[in-house]
Design a protein around this ligand. Structure first.
Ligand SMILES: [Fe+2]
Length: 500
């Protein structure tokens, strides 16, 4: 299981914050002893000494930092902002914080989180183990539970990590390194297996909204993302566009804007936005290839295949992207699958390149979002045996109670094989009963839409026009789409070849 997988249990604490308290002051808690403070002496003079020594070493949300170095604290604040923007330079800033104070536990912990996001698990584990050691010796209560939550996630104990995060953020909601953990497309809620994780993200953001300023770029980003993915596109768009306005070099906000525009059917606007913004984001940025994937997807939907392939080749393909394996595997497989399913020819070698890249990763089974995309690659590459093997292991995991996303996972893998083998009636038969459960695999709505596309095309190609018509009508009421309109017109003109 990946480091950010999680279960969904929310555990309340008795330390809920009063809405009348000023968050910044409140979080400099009386419950937080300072690092190295003698436990048996409590004279006021000594208290003042420690307080004065500690002054100024706070994070950007006024939470105390156990470091005696002003430089380390400043580099940490900068590094965390870059980390939460997924912007190049985060690693360097956090390394400088560690160099300035090697005993600064939260700097090690934030660096561990960045390693984990960057698919560097060994480095992540080494850094978080160091942070655990430091907070055990010198950390405040907040720092100990902060590091513990990250450690659980990095060590693959995602259900416990989510529980720990929810307890921690009830007490310290402005500890954004921790509050960010359940909130993204690949966050602890998304990969929890829950069917209602979109709502859970909204609920978490709204519960803590009172602790953040109206113009907090970080909170606007995630609050907007949560609402957009949960169907409130107008609010999602307002919040994420404001977030981007406040901090343009924040790929999480740019990504969220791209999603709400796409979900709104504002394809041209989304394309124009990505084209203008992406050159500002270095190709080494974690989400560079994925933002470009959105552009390729829009071009494909608009029927501009030449542009879609050009963007894919320049930014998304394994030879071009510098993203992490989960993004490269999911973006390559889902783009090429759509290209084929929409009736276009996948140029020679593209599936081979995607399959060759994917073969280096994710051979273990049980990470549903990845299982599905690995099944797409294998099915499209003619490796039905690999799909069947993955499906068998998924069924065993379900039997053993170890796959919280449940039967939808092997179903969509098996349906992908049926679709690739042009057994469209079988693909539709497998997909139809589980279509509404696909949300359990996590990722974004745009990423999961491929399963509904597969069901639609399978229905059209197996003569189930009425069922396809019903799905298309529902989708077009939700979101204008030239692709869906084309398909609907094909259904209404039976002499036209369907979805070819
Ligand atoms: Fe995305």
């Amino acid at each position: 299981m990946p480091e950010m997988l999680a279960d969904n249990r929310h555990m309340a604490t008795s330390s809920r914050i009063s809405a009348t308290q000023k968050p910044g002051l409140m979080n400099v808690s009386h419950t937080e002893p300072l690092r190295g403070r003698p436990q048996t002496i409590a004279e006021p003079l000594l208290t003042n000494f420690w307080s004065i020594r500690f002054m100024g070493r706070l994070d950007r949300y006024d939470l105390p930092l156990s470091t005696t170095s002003d430089l380390a604290a400043e580099r940490y604040r900068t590094g965390v902002d870059l980390l939460l923007s997924l912007w190049p330079g985060a690693g360097e800033a956090l390394d400088e914080a560690i160099a300035a104070d090697p005993d600064f536990a939260l700097a090690h912990a934030a660096r561990a989180r960045l390693h984990a996001i960057s698919a560097q698990p060994s480095e992540a584990r080494a850094k978080i183990v160091k942070a655990l050691d430091l907070v055990a010796r010198n950390g405040t209560e907040r720092e100990r539970t902060h590091v513990n939550a990250l450690s659980l996630a990095i060590h693959g104990q995602s259900a416990k990590a989510l529980a720990a995060v929810l307890v921690h953020t009830d007490r310290w909601p402005r500890d954004i390194v921790i509050l960010s953990m359940p909130l993204g497309a690949f966050g602890l809620f998304a990969f929890s297996g829950m069917a209602d994780h979109d709502q859970a993200r909204v609920d978490l953001c709204e519960r803590h909204a009172k602790h953040f300023d109206a113009d907090d770029w970080w909170f606007l980003t995630y609050r907007g993302w949560a609402h957009g993915e949960n169907g409130n596109l107008r609010l999602g768009r307002t919040l994420t566009q404001r977030a981007l306005q406040l901090r343009r070099h924040n790929v999480n906000a740019a990504h969220a804007v791209a999603h709400v525009l796409y979900e709104s059917g504002a394809n041209e606007e989304a394309q124009e936005f990505i084209t203008g913004w992406l050159p500002e984001y270095d190709k080494t940025g974690v989400l560079h290839g994925h933002i470009a994937w959105h552009s390729a997807l829009i071009a494909l939907e608009l029927g501009d295949i030449e542009r879609a392939l050009a963007v894919y080749n320049d930014h998304v393909a394994p030879a071009s992207s510098q993203g992490t394996p989960i993004n490269i595997v999911s973006d390559t497989s889902s783009f090429l699958w759509r290209l084929h399913a929409y009736g276009h020819t996948v140029p020679a070698g593209m599936w081979d390149d995607a399959a060759k890249y994917a073969s280096n990763f994710f051979q273990d089974v049980g990470f549903p979002f990845v299982d599905f995309h690995m099944a797409l690659v294998a099915a499209a590459s003619g490796n039905g045996e690999a799909v069947e093997q993955r499906v068998a292991v998924l069924h065993k995991l379900i039997e053993d109670g170890k796959l919280s996303a449940g039967p939808v996972v092997p179903a969509i893998c098996r349906a992908s094989l049926a679709f690739a083998e042009e057994e469209y009636a079988l693909a539709a038969e497998i997909l139809a009963p589980v279509a509404r459960e696909v949300v359990r695999i996590g990722g974004s709505g745009a990423q999961r839409e491929i399963v509904e596309d597969m069901l639609l095309v399978a229905l059209m190609r197996s003569g189930e026009a009425a069922k396809a018509h019903a799905i298309l009508n529902e989708r077009l009421q939700r979101r204008p789409s030239p692709r869906d309109t084309r398909w609907l017109n094909q259904l209404l003109s039976p002499q036209t070849s369907l979805a070819n």
